[in-house]
Ligand binder design. Sequence first.
Ligand code: G4P
Length: 541
Amino acid sequence: MRSFLLNRRMKNLEAIEKRRTFGIISHPDAGKTTLTEKLLLFGGAIQTAGAVKNNKIKKSATSDFMEIEKQRGISVATSVMAFEYNNKQINILDTPGHKDFAEDTFRTLTAVDSVILVIDVANGVEEQTGKLMEVCRMRKTPVIIFINKMDRDGKESFELLDELEKSLNIKVRPLTWPIGMGDRFQGVYNIYQKGLNLFSANKTKISEDVVSINDIYDSQLDEIVGEKPAAELREELEMVEGVYDPFNREDYLVGDVAPVFFGSAVNNFGVKELLDTFCEISPSPRGRESDKRMVNPTDDKFSGFVFKIHANLDPKHRDRIAFLRVVSGKFERNKFYHHVRLDKDLKFPNPTSFMAQDKSVIDEAFPGDVVGLYDTGNFKIGDTMTEGEVMMYKGIPSFSPEIFQELENLDPMKSKQLEKGIRQLIDEGVAQLFIQQPGNRKIVGTVGQLQFEVINYRLIHEYGANCRFVPRNFYKACWITTDNQEQLENFKRSKAKYIAYDKDDNLVFLAETSFLLSMAEQDYPEITFHKTSEFKLQVAN
Ligand code: G4P
């Protein structure tokens, strides 16, 4: 028995050490899809090398569960892609680039152990990059930066690195250095491996042309890249050594320093270098904080949390797929696990893994893995599954929506369908719902206009319910808490028109303007106005 347990433990440890679970984030158009595709190509998960334009590849590199996504040609959904490379099991959690689906991305970031951030060399730090990095900084997620599109003219490297440090509030450390850019781009010098990776525009080849140069003062460098570029490179490398501290993996692992690579995803350039270094330095699956204790991946008993719920492809079947990140122990098919919120035991006959576009049933999964669980309505975002222990994972935050609209039923005969449909979509995290009294009025809040179209489309197609949205002029939804009941009652009375409850019955103040919000904060000093639902974690503490 003891040796059985020992063996099992060894197997778990090996599996944990082997896994790397990460997300790729970028502002739309910086090259996230292209990089994802190239990583899959290097990892052998897809075979066809070709331009992103090739629809077949694009489809396998992005998720395509919903009809609406096909229509709009943007990645609405988050998908998971897994492949083996260098004896590592790589799990990429894809995130929608479109800003209207930012909430989806924020949630996915709770399920990764590290992040690769793609920056367009010409555009530098863009709006969406900043927001996504804020979430990474909150969680101290390790970040590697890939500066893409070096085959085009863009910002000067030192200037761009400065911009990254200032706007993203993180220290950077280049691990490669570009030689020219745009038409004059010749490749990168790998500072740590002391190699010259020579650029050739090539959308199909997947190997990289590396010349080892141990001494940058060697005349071989002048012969290969030319005297002037060689002199510039030497000067810049000296500056790099003077300006930036040597790379220290520990600083990267705690999210203080982001190593930087330069390349061109569409040309397969710098991608292998990125992937090789990623395998070397990125963290294996990390533990997660629960309301009771810190749970380590090496703990014997299985536990995990649901970070994403996906509508099924087939609208005739209303089942969904809940994406569960395994945090500890081993998940096994057909074994009963405890659904903590419902206090109910469930087993899963068809848990699914994702290997690029293929879905297949799996028998077991380890920390860092993401398992797709077919669900008929048991799951909500943030739910915890365990082997019996009563604990809840923390940290699936909701941010205040930015657009608010009231949901009106257009077909009174279908109010039940509408009610059920909207509740399920909210459980999936498509939008947030606030209920206002009197009259049980439903205010739907989102970060983008597109979600209202998604909701409308899905309510009609999946639930047969017809509705319309009427804009409401709110600026933010703030969750409110206080120990002062008297002040709270006063507040509720005087602001009755702006009080609502979220789906978990938490009290919410719907502020019409930022001025009115600061006035409320001033007038009711003992009430705390939370901008994210993360406060629930503090309450749990
Ligand atoms: P996203 O997922 O971050 O939104 O970006 P995506 O990969 O779709 O890339 C956006 C555009 O940038 C695509 O061109 C893509 O081909 C191009 N691109 C990606 N990497 C590089 C690079 O290294 N160099 C250059 N020059 N371009 C790059 P598109 O014309 O918008 O799309 P498509 O018609 O090529 O599919």
